[in-house]
Design a protein around this ligand. Sequence first.
Ligand SMILES: CC(C)(COP(=O)(O)OP(=O)(O)OC[C@H]1O[C@@H](n2cnc3c(N)ncnc32)[C@H](O)[C@@H]1OP(=O)(O)O)[C@@H](O)C(=O)NCCC(=O)NCCS
Length: 133
Amino acid sequence: MAAAHNRRQPRRAYNLAVLLEGRVVGWLGFGQTPEPSPRRFEFGYALLPSVWGRGSMTETLEAALAFMFGPLGADLVVGACETGNTASVRVMERAGMRLVHTRSEAEAGAAREVCRFVMDRPAWQLVRGTGLP
Ligand SMILES: CC(C)(COP(=O)(O)OP(=O)(O)OC[C@H]1O[C@@H](n2cnc3c(N)ncnc32)[C@H](O)[C@@H]1OP(=O)(O)O)[C@@H](O)C(=O)NCCC(=O)NCCS
């Protein structure tokens, strides 16, 4: 399914395997959201529990942000998770993303508290420390 999204043309989705010491330990996927702007991207990720807490997803997200703001020309990158998902919140904070809101959203008939983080291009340039486009 993820590979099929990767093969679509024009390409809008990137589903990537996370490797640690040569072993696939997780996934990070991101894609363009045609509305409201083709330069807006959203992402999601997950790792095997056996490798949690080693900084792997923070490092992976930083690399993915570099790819989105670099070669893919993103203007805005958005991530979301449940408010109680401390590890995911910390991954986005550590990568330099900013919390924009926390709100209740319905999914499959159940309400859940979701927080949404963003990074825009100026913030990315600050995080990168060069100020270059
Ligand atoms: C979210 C997830 C990808 C984090 O990956 P990770 O590589 O373990 O994260 P990092 O090692 O980069 O750690 C980032 C922060 O999360 C914290 N953290 C890691 N695992 C944690 C846990 N189980 N509980 C609480 N905090 C945790 C780390 O201590 C670190 O915080 P700190 O900067 O305050 O020390 C991983 O926990 C996961 O796959 N969870 C299940 C899937 C999921 O929730 N995906 C996101 C859905 S939106």
